[in-house]
Each structure stands twice: as C-alpha cells, then as structure tokens.
Design a protein around this ligand. Structure first.
Ligand SMILES: [Ca+2]
Ligand SMILES: [Ca+2]
Ligand SMILES: [Ca+2]
Length: 139
C-alpha cells in the first residue's frame, strides 16, 4: 500500500492510533466520519447528491491521467465492480466518460440512501453501498 499523508482517512487513522482517547474499535465509524469530513463541505452532517457529484468530478479529473476524457479499468483501480460495468458503461466502449461516471455515482448514491431523504448520513455511509460510493468519490 502506498502511503499518502494527504489522505484524510489516513490522517484520521494516524490521529486515532496515537491518541488513546479516541481509540477506534471498528474501522467503520472512523471510515464514515472521515468520509463525511471530506465530502460534506457545508458541514450539515450529511452528503447530498451535489456534494457527491462535485467530489466524483474532482476524483475523475485526478484519475484521468492520459487526458483522453475517459477512465479505463486501469485508471479506475477496481472502483467499479465487474458486475456493475454494464450499468456504469451503457455504451459498452469499456471506458467511463465523465457523464457515465456521474450517472453511476448517482445510481450508487440512490442505493445508499436507504431512507430516501436525498442525503447520506454517517449510518448510510457505513453500508456496503455507502462504502462503494465513497470509493467513487475519494482517492
Ligand atoms: Ca452536506
Ligand atoms: Ca463508456
Ligand atoms: Ca438518507
């Protein structure tokens, strides 16, 4: 694993591991907390679809190294599970354009929003769909 000290999740993990007062007993709450911290610029405690798409768009640009406007499997680093490629890549050209990426992010967002209130709270971010979404939004 390549360590990147700019990663909020890692920073939080490091902070948690040196401060006994906030010992992390399970990875999930810390995961949700760090994800919320990074993905909730208006700090209302939830991630809405706009915040998710803004983060997704920024991550897309970051991953898009060869500047051809699309992400291939290699650039995506398994962010999209094999079973989801049919959904994420409707034109089946084996690459993901930004439009496709954002549409897929919206689909995963809706799956994670189990109470259908249009926002994801920490509890929803801890679900498998929540984890899948965060992988699409954060490096
Ligand atoms: Ca928010
Ligand atoms: Ca495509
Ligand atoms: Ca919700």
């Amino acid at each position: 694993m390549k360590l990147n000290l700019n990663t909020p999740a890692l920073a939080l993990f490091l902070a948690a591991s040196v401060l006994p007062a906030i010992v992390v007993t399970s990875a999930s709450p810390a995961f949700a907390a760090s994800a919320l911290k990074a993905l909730d610029p208006d700090k209302d405690g939830t991630v809405d679809l706009n915040e998710a798409k803004t983060a997704a768009s920024a991550l897309f640009d970051k991953l898009e190294k060869d500047n051809d406007g699309t992400l291939d499997r290699k650039e995506l680093h398994n962010r999209i599970p094999d079973a989801d490629w049919a959904v994420a890549d409707p034109d089946n050209d084996k690459t993901i354009s930004k439009d496709e990426y954002l549409a897929y992010v919206e689909a995963v967002f809706k799956k994670a929003d189990t109470d259908n209130d249009g926002t994801l709270d920490a509890k929803e971010l801890r679900t498998p769909a929540g984890h899948a979404l965060v992988r699409l939004l954060m490096k």
